[in-house]
Design a binder for this molecule. Structure first.
Ligand SMILES: O=C(O)CCC(=O)C(=O)O
Ligand SMILES: [Fe+2]
Length: 264
């Protein structure tokens, strides 16, 4: 059966109710209204990349759980086209615009209280979709243009699958600047697997995300987070990380050819 040609512009217009975007201390939560097509597209793309070079089992983070394991990861950079990359830029762009209109551009107080948004702001500003962002705290940026370019190009797209006590302990996404996660399957299909955040690994206040199918979470990669063990069923998450130039090639996570963004 032939798959229907996929129209991303309909995502841009219809998919998210930005008024429902919520800003928590450690992450942003965006409700997805109709993600079925997009998620189906991504998971069928993933089916092209299940060979050894694209997938592995990973386990990391500080774990206090016995008999637990990590997750299976499929690296999708090779298997999705530029529209998918652009889609994530769109997401980030609108998240920032919405953030800005809800909070005002980061003052030093809000920066402390919420997330370090200056990096994100700089990134977003080069996104043509983020037309509402006008001001820019450039004072601390030495090579702004290059930094922006690097950030936009260097992202990783990973499909994660947790089962049989799969979990990830407390960690930060050390190579990433900003991380996006989308829950791919219905939370009724698994038990456990809660995603929790705290500002640092010493912070005693833990925020547990309410993560529904198709929802998007965005966090500063320096924010500590963990995934509790999946007790039953399978939990699937799409994770996009925005890295600095060259880092992901150096560690062999994805190849340089995967990073070229064609905006035409
Ligand atoms: O599975 C998740 O929700 C988050 C995964 C994660 O934190 C990571 O891959 O670094
Ligand atoms: Fe992480």
């Amino acid at each position: 059966k032939q798959m229907k040609a996929y129209n991303y512009s309909s995502f841009y217009n219809n998919n998210f109710d930005w008024s429902q975007m919520r800003i928590f201390s450690n992450y942003i939560h965006i409700k997805n209204i109709n993600s079925q097509n997009f998620l189906h597209q991504i998971t069928s793309n993933a089916a092209k990349c299940t060979d050894r070079t694209h997938s592995e089992h990973r386990s990391f983070g500080a774990s206090g759980y016995k008999n637990s394991s990590g997750h299976d990861v499929t690296f999708l950079n090779d298997c999705v086209d530029d529209r998918v990359h652009n889609y994530f830029h769109y997401l980030l762009g609108n998240a920032f615009s919405t953030f800005q209109s809800k909070r005002g551009l980061s003052t030093s107080a809000s920066k402390k209280k919420y997330i370090k948004w200056d990096k994100l702001a700089q990134f977003i500003l080069n996104n043509p979709m983020a037309t509402r962002v006008e001001i820019l705290p450039t004072d601390k940026v030495t090579n702004f243009d290059q930094e922006i370019k690097d950030w936009q190009r260097d992202n990783t797209i990973e499909l994660l699958s947790y089962e049989k006590r799969g979990h990830i302990g407390w960690h930060i996404d050390s190579d990433s600047n900003v991380t996006i996660a989308i829950l791919v399957n219905n939370p009724r299909e698994f038990i456990g697997g809660e995603l929790e955040f705290r500002t640092s690994e010493k912070d005693s206040v833990v925020e547990r995300a309410k993560f529904e199918e198709g929802d998007v979470l965005i966090w500063n990669a320096n924010t500590a987070h963990q995934v509790l063990p999946v007790i039953r069923g399978t939990r699937k998450v799409l994770v996009v990380e925005f890295w600095n130039l060259g880092r992901s090639w150096q560690v062999g996570r994805v190849g340089p050819q995967d990073h070229i963004l064609q905006t035409s």
